[in-house]
Design a protein around this ligand. Structure first.
Ligand SMILES: *Cc1c(COP(=O)(O)O)cnc(C)c1O
Length: 344
């Protein structure tokens, strides 16, 4: 066992925090007149009113779907906000550190840097899997894992993550931004076994709400109580809140759209592997493809851009690109543009 004790890893000032209590914390429900929050009484009742700071209905709905308690769910202004809150409740600026396994999602590092928290790194090995020995040899307050990982697209090995959850003495975050695109079971189902685990999710990818800014974290009720105490009271606005509930009610349609995206991903992959400038198209468990090129990606990037297509490139890894799966029309256009690049 990791010997994890929450009180040893939460910052002291956070343990002592008395959260801001807003007008809407003290009254939620039906009333003849809402005169407690200095809002405008004119409007549709949605945009002129402050949102529910507890995001109650959505947390209940998520809890029901994930088989956890609503007290184990915290909603954020995108999962980016949850990731930032995690750094802030556990890591003492100028003193503590986080551990990441690059190449991975860039926000972990950015949140740490903003909060003056050191970033340690144990790079991925063997087909972008975790370097277990390297990880357990390190010390840090929070370990960020991403499965399926961005930008590489792959799920992390289940037994590796299990071993880390058992041995890592700090907090383990598993970012599941792309979990809905896989058949794989979520780590949420193991929360009862691992008190040091936080799973983060987003409505931005599978659920189609990137423009709304809404994501969530699931963890023990104790961890969630700290995250909830630190989050800004009105971090999830009414439009995002309603859009998320609406999206959850349309799961079949979202699944249909995801299936089309995955089909397009595979069509694109078949073309990419045949192109002379492509070294390797890495296996993907997500709605995008990570591809190693035989050349610097800049020329290809510029060629695509000149033809109206934006793909992702990486300053630190100039020979790689990441391409999101799009609609059938977008795939067709992209394939034509890629072929015209080859023939240059
Ligand atoms: C897109 C993405 C997020 C951010 O999601 P938001 O909810 O839009 O903030 C988090 N993690 C990974 C790996 C992502 O790709």
């Amino acid at each position: 066992m990791s010997g994890f004790r929450l009180e040893d890893v939460v910052r002291n000032n956070i343990k002592d925090l008395a959260p801001y209590v807003s007008a809407r914390h003290t009254f939620i429900g039906e009333a003849k007149a809402l005169l407690d929050a200095n809002e405008s009484p004119y409007g549709d009742g949605i945009v002129n009113r402050y949102p529910d700071p507890l995001v109650s209905s959505l947390r209940e709905e998520i809890a029901k779907r994930e088989n956890v308690k609503p007290e184990q769910v915290v909603c954020g202004n995108g999962s980016d906000e949850i990731l930032d809150l995690i750094v802030r409740i556990f890591c003492e600026p100028g003193k503590d550190s986080i551990l990441i396994c690059p190449p991975t999602f860039g926000m972990y590092k950015v949140s740490a840097a903003i909060n003056d928290v050191e970033v340690k790194a144990v790079p991925l090995i063997n087909n972008f899997q975790l370097n277990i020995e390297g990880i357990v040899a390190e010390k840090a307050k929070v370990l960020f894992l991403c499965s399926p990982n961005s930008p590489t697209g792959n799920l992390m090995d289940v037994s590796d993550i299990e071993q880390i959850l058992q041995e890592w003495p700090g907090v383990v975050v598993i970012d599941e931004a792309y979990i809905e695109f896989t058949e794989s079971e979520s780590w949420v189902s193991t929360l009862a076994m691992f008190p040091n685990l936080i799973v983060t999710r987003t409505f931005s990818k599978f659920w189609g709400l990137a423009g709304c800014r809404i994501g969530y974290g699931i963890a023990s009720a104790e961890i969630v109580s700290f995250l909830a105490a630190v989050k800004p009271p009105y971090n999830v606005d009414n439009l995002a809140y309603n859009a998320a509930l609406e999206a959850l009610s349309q799961e079949d349609e979202k699944k249909r759209q995801a299936a089309i995206q995955l089909e397009q991903r595979d069509i694109l992959k078949n073309v990419l592997v045949s192109l002379s400038f492509v070294e390797k198209v890495h296996p993907s468990d997500s709605n995008f493809l990570f591809t190693s090129l035989r050349e610097d990606a800049t020329t290809l990037y510029e060629h695509c851009k000149a033809n109206g297509i934006i793909i992702r490139r990486y300053g630190k890894d100039p020979m790689s690109i990441r391409i999101s799966a799009g609609t059938p029309e977008e795939t067709e256009h992209l394939i034509a543009v890629l072929r015209s690049y080859t023939s240059k």
